[in-house]
Design a protein around this ligand. Structure first.
Ligand SMILES: Nc1ncnc2c1ncn2[C@@H]1O[C@H](COP(=O)(O)OP(=O)(O)O)[C@@H](O)[C@H]1O
Ligand SMILES: N[C@@H](CCC(=O)OP(=O)(O)O)C(=O)O
Length: 275
């Protein structure tokens, strides 16, 4: 595996899933957000530009709307997201002394040249003001993320838009395994990938959590999209010491290296460790 150096990344997009923002599925929690906020502040002190993609709006709306248990309809999820979104932003505000900004986007915005130009200008200006942009999908007008858990792909599109060099996807699992570790205790963690082959893509399946959407599938799609723009991806567990490891130049999960020029010089494109 190539040596990993966190130092070489200057423009970082971090995506955090509902599993970490609202682990009980009903309200925002400090447990995993505080370590992430401290990591972001450390990155900012190191003069790295950070953009956060935060899920959690649907979960954060639960305690207010109290929908009946069971599977939710799409419009129920949209209502929950509309109620929960301000709670998610309020939650992050506390860690950043109010220096955060809410940015709601859709894939259609990013695919439209004038809208994406406007979004890029806003995101750049926020960085100049030293404010952390916190992005979520606008679930009132677009429902792809609610259906497919696709904030992962939105994160990759944003990374592409702002010409980031690293996408960090923080989830509730250590990284990509060769099979879902919740289904198979002998699953093995893949620590280094520099070619997202069909075989590797097939490792990523849906979530063990019936309320979650997307699972590892959408994280790998996001990594593939990022990789096409020479953006590396790290998939890691936001529940452990992942951030400390990054700061010590260690790969805390799965590192998807986009650098194809080096690919041919590396004997093995996949490195596996025991789970
Ligand atoms: N090959 C795999 N390796 C790791 N996790 C996998 C894999 N395939 C499916 N998963 C599932 O993906 C889940 C993470 O996605 P998800 O629950 O949607 O979290 P998030 O809220 O962070 O997006 C894991 O907890 C696991 O159940
Ligand atoms: N916009 C939705 C995001 C849905 C989504 O992508 O969730 P996740 O798979 O936990 O990242 C929300 O904030 O609840």
């Amino acid at each position: 595996m190539k040596d990993f150096s966190f130092n070489r990344y200057h423009n970082i997009v971090i995506k955090v899933g509902s599993a970490l923002v609202a682990p009980d599925g009903h309200s925002c929690s400090t447990q995993h957000c505080l370590p992430l906020a401290n990591f972001i502040k450390k990155c900012q002190r190191l003069n790295k530009q950070v953009t956060l993609i935060s899920s959690g709006a649907v979960a954060a709306g639960f305690n207010t709307l109290k929908p009946t248990e069971g599977s939710l309809s799409l419009d129920e999820k949209q209502a929950l997201a509309a109620v929960g979104q301000s709670k998610v932003i309020n939650h992050w505000q506390r860690f950043f002394d109010n220096h955060v900004a809410q940015v709601l986007l859709t894939a259609a915005d990013i695919n439209n040249s004038s809208r994406s130009h406007n979004a890029k200008q806003t995101l750049n200006k926020l960085q100049q003001y030293g404010v952390l942009p916190i992005i979520n999908e606008n679930d009132t007008v677009a429902t792809a993320e609610l259906k497919f858990g696709d904030n992962d792909n939105l994160a990759a599109q944003v990374a592409n838009l702002i010409e980031a060099d690293l996408l960090i996807i923080c989830s509730d699992v250590d990284g990509l395994y060769d099979i879902n570790p919740h289904d198979n205790p002998s699953a093995q963690l893949l620590t280094y990938i520099n070619d997202l082959t069909d075989e590797v893509m097939a490792f990523g399946t849906v979530s063990h959590n019936p309320q979650a959407t997307g699972g590892m599938q959408t994280k790998l799609q996001a990594a593939q999209l990022a990789s096409q723009s020479d953006i590396d991806t790290i998939i890691c567990n936001g529940k452990n010491e992942a951030y400390l490891q990054l700061l010590h130049d260690k790969v805390p999960g799965t590192w998807i290296d986009s650098n194809k020029q080096i690919t041919n010089q590396i004997q093995s494109s996949i490195r596996i460790t025991n789970a």
